[in-house]
Design a protein around this ligand. Structure first.
Ligand SMILES: Cc1ncc(C[n+]2csc(CCOP(=O)(O)OP(=O)(O)O)c2C)c(N)n1
Ligand code: SF4
Ligand SMILES: [Mg+2]
Length: 334
């Protein structure tokens, strides 16, 4: 079975391949992302998982929430692990030792495990051309070990290793644009997604599985502990990330950039920042320059992305909702 229809009623009846019983915090974005990814397809999947909240909380002692073959090796090598599994699978099929069941290979990693410590193994696996998909759930810090900054942490955020106080007003650097760095590897498919736009995310997963070679998907993943936001705000905040163009939804397919969701009205960045305690200090008089700087950065990046889409021949969809969902689905979930 390849691409299945993305109708909520039918999806809800499908097999759950990431089950309840994991120990992630209530309201965490990461398990929502994993569920959406696995729900998008019926292909058999083998996954590797870098150390991080998702990994430590989903496989404890003799319990696991994964109903697929899943492997944890180390923090820095999820991509190397899955690329080795993929190479072995191909070899065994070629030797006639196993039947080809069209297995798909995914590596899951947090931003720390992807942007920073696992970057060398990710870059290597992409360059070698493995038929695999790497999915980063980006919550913008090393959450599992106590909210330390990573290179994905947004400008201004208060974390335990860039604490906002008298010495510094939170993180002073802009976040690394890993999606663009992965595109620079020249791989066939790179995309950004958000759990708020579930159909867009699932379509991207389906499309990526039909493309041979390395694929990279970067998914924003709210963390109410580290973001100091309300427990039930994961979807609201990931939607605001898209609506403010802080986290544009786009894809780069064989060099062509397409913006998949273009907000009808671009919201001011403060709408995304304000509900999050990690940015609270930016709203006090002396730090207001940070709001201006953060907004200017988002505006510049958004402008560049639109130019890149126009230059590469990608179409832009003038809509603020994901994809061509049948009307009944839109009212149910989007
Ligand atoms: C080599 C190594 N260094 C440090 C750690 C400790 N460690 C475990 S999880 C983690 C943070 C993971 O951050 P991220 O990848 O962003 O995932 P998150 O916890 O945010 O989901 C760290 C530093 C480790 N396991 N291995
Ligand atoms: S600390 Fe954050 S990322 Fe980790 S399980 Fe809790 S909400 Fe999720
Ligand atoms: Mg993280």
């Amino acid at each position: 079975m390849t691409t299945k229809p993305l109708r909520l009623r039918e999806l809800a009846k499908g097999e759950d391949r990431f089950t309840f019983g994991h120990r992630m915090c209530a309201g965490c974005g990461a398990p929502i992302v994993v569920k959406q990814v696995l729900m998008a397809t019926d292909y058999p999947i083998i996954a590797s998982n870098a150390t991080g909240c998702l990994e430590v909380s989903s496989c404890i002692s003799s319990f696991t929430a994964w109903k697929i073959p899943w492997m944890h090796s180390a923090f820095e090598n999820a991509a190397a692990t899955i690329s080795g599994i993929e190479a072995m699978y191909r070899s065994l099929v070629k030797q006639g030792k196993i039947e080809d069941k069209q297995v798909k290979f995914i590596a899951f990693g947090g931003d720390g495990g992807t942007y920073d410590i696992g970057f060398q193994s990710l870059s290597g696996a992409m360059e070698r051309g493995h038929d695999m998909m790497y999915i980063c759930y980006d919550n913008g810090a090393y959450m599992n070990t106590g909210i330390q900054r990573s290179s994905a942490t947004p400008f201004g955020a208060d974390t335990t290793t860039c604490p906002a106080g008298d010495v510094i007003p939170g993180k002073l650097q802009q976040r690394k644009d890993l999606t663009k760095i992965m595109a620079a590897h020249g791989i066939p498919y790179v995309a950004q997604a958000s759990p708020s736009h579930w159909m867009d995310l699932m379509k991207k997963v389906q499309k990526a599985f039909e493309i041979k070679g390395p694929k990279f998907l970067n998914v924003i993943s709210p963390c109410n502990r580290g973001w100091r936001s309300k427990t039930d705000d994961a979807i609201k905040l990931s939607r605001l990330a898209v609506d403010t163009c802080y986290w544009p939804l786009y894809e780069i397919e064989n060099g062509v950039t397409r913006i998949n969701v273009k907000p009808k009205e671009k919201k001011p960045l403060v709408d995304f920042l304000k509900p999050q305690g990690r940015f609270k200090h930016m709203f006090s008089g002396a730090n207001e320059w940070m709001l201006t700087q953060a907004q200017e950065y988002v505006d510049r990046q958004w402008d560049l992305l639109q130019k890149q889409a126009a230059f590469s021949g990608g179409e832009e969809k003038a809509e603020d909702k994901p994809g061509a969902a049948p009307a009944e689905e839109k009212t149910e979930g989007q």
